[in-house]
Design a protein around this ligand. Structure first.
Ligand code: PFF
Length: 445
């Protein structure tokens, strides 16, 4: 007897959950940091191009694979490669699972920082100053407490299932994040120094646009931000009824995600220059000081400048970031969980706790060797594993799946020329473009 798989109850539910996966720390912590480090406007410019040319097609390919097969990421890739090379499909699926664990190993640490800062603001409001200082200061002990708390929160939602857990949570509170970003942007743009930051962000220095390092960083960031290359979007695609019109859904997810990243840059980059104007040291030799800690140095200064209301804004802002991180975390956790439930016949609860325990061990490793591992894991994941997996998706749907006939049939049923063009773009242009970037990465390393 086949067991009915849990599913999203509507297309909107799917779009919100997928947008919840895409919108996260990558947008608000990753994107502005990378943009500030890589020339501001030049990074934004390349990021937008790479998103349109490669990340959106990859998102389409990933969701298409999950949606058509209605299977978890390992079985989906295996099925798509059935007639040609099923073992390679399975191996790629398993690499995706590894990518998911790698992603969670550092993401839950950063999410823990957000949670700590949210509580830090509330502790300060309540007058617990010592506690607030502890919560707002980086320490191994703080990581050791908040990383597991965050993993536990994610597991709590995941084990409730797709509709009751993921769909409900993802559609809540995200609009609030948007309003808050806009409010903060309006505030920061009125501060002295902001216009310099605005110019750096919006006026690209075209001499930097072809810098291969910048292109690779922008591509990694775009793949990370759209959540492609570890299978999260594939499992979400499999929880939606087969849909002939994925294009529109993919575009709305990508547009929402890119818009939020753009807004985050519009807040953080001017905020950096406001902080610099006020005497804070932000850059040394054109690079940011303290990179991944950047927003925790600059944003508190911004909140303080708001007077009494600043603490409430800080608490709300970091709480919303924690929620955004949570909806991304659950999509990645779902990758190995779906595999264990579908293929290994574990109960959802058992699979959830097993995966959480593995993630906890992986993040402990990163915490213990923070200086050596934190940046390295991020770099390997975003500039090697995710793009390689996306390259594989293009090859699978364009060439391996029914020897390319799957996509050709899909294009033939649909008589519009745009669909045929799109299919050819995925088959021919995407793998070539991505390979070119890859050759660049190899040369760079
Ligand atoms: N897109 C998420 C962010 O920008 O924070 C991170 C992410 C989620 C990456 C899901 C990969 C993934 F499968």
């Amino acid at each position: 007897m086949s067991v009915i798989r849990d599913s999203f109850h509507s297309r909107l539910g799917f779009v919100l959950a997928a947008a919840g996966s895409a919108i996260g720390l990558g947008n608000i912590w990753g994107f502005p940091t990378q943009a500030a480090n890589n020339g501001g406007g030049a990074f934004l410019f390349v990021y937008l191009i790479v998103t349109v040319l490669l990340a959106v097609p990859a998102l389409y390919a990933e969701i298409y694979l999950g949606n058509q097969t209605q299977k978890n990421s390992v079985s989906a890739l295996m099925q798509a490669c059935q007639q040609t090379m099923p073992k390679v499909g399975k191996a790629a699926g398993l690499i995706g699972l590894l990518g998911a664990i790698m992603m969670l190993s550092f993401y839950t640490i950063v999410a823990g920082w957000m949670l700590a800062h949210a509580l830090g603001a509330f502790a300060e409001i309540a007058g617990f100053m010592e506690l607030a200082t502890w919560l707002n200061t980086w320490s191994i002990e703080r990581n050791l407490l908040f990383t597991p708390i965050f993993i536990f929160l994610g597991a709590g939602i995941i084990h409730q299932g797709v509709n009751a857990g993921i769909e409900k949570w993802s559609s809540r509170l995200m609009p609030l994040l948007l309003f808050m970003l806009i409010g903060l942007i309006v505030y920061i743009l009125q501060q002295p120094g902001a216009s310099e930051g605005l110019a750096v962000y919006l006026i690209p220095d075209f001499s930097q646009v072809t810098n291969p390092e910048l292109v690779v960083s922008a591509m990694g960031q775009a793949f990370f931000s759209l959540s492609v290359g570890v299978g999260g979007m594939m499992v979400y695609g499999s929880y939606m009824k087969k849909d002939k019109n994925l294009g529109k859904l993919v575009l709305s997810i990508a547009a929402l995600d890119t818009f939020i990243a753009f807004l985050a840059g519009l807040l953080i980059i001017p905020a950096l220059y406001v902080a610099q104007h006020a005497g804070q040291e932000v850059f040394a030799n054109g690079q940011l000081i303290g990179e991944d800690q950047l927003i925790f140095q600059v944003l508190p200064t911004l909140f303080q400048s708001m007077g009494d209301v600043g603490l409430i804004v800080a608490g709300a802002f970091f709480s919303l970031l924690s929620i955004a991180a949570l909806t991304s975390t659950i999509s990645v956790t779902e990758v190995p969980v779906a595999y264990l439930v579908d293929d290994k016949k574990h109960s959802r609860t058992k699979a959830t706790w097993l995966v959480s325990a593995i993630v906890f061990c992986a993040s402990l490793l990163v915490i213990s060797f923070f200086n050596q591992l934190f940046g390295l894991v991020i770099q390997v994941l975003t500039t090697i594993i995710q793009p390689l997996m996306c390259l594989f998706y293009f090859i699978v749907i364009g060439w391996l799946w029914q020897r390319g006939n799957k996509l050709r049939e899909h294009a033939a049923i649909n008589e519009r020329t745009s669909v045929k063009l799109w299919a050819n773009y995925l088959r021919f242009v995407c793998p070539i473009l991505l390979s070119i970037v890859f050759v660049n990465v190899a040369v760079l390393n």
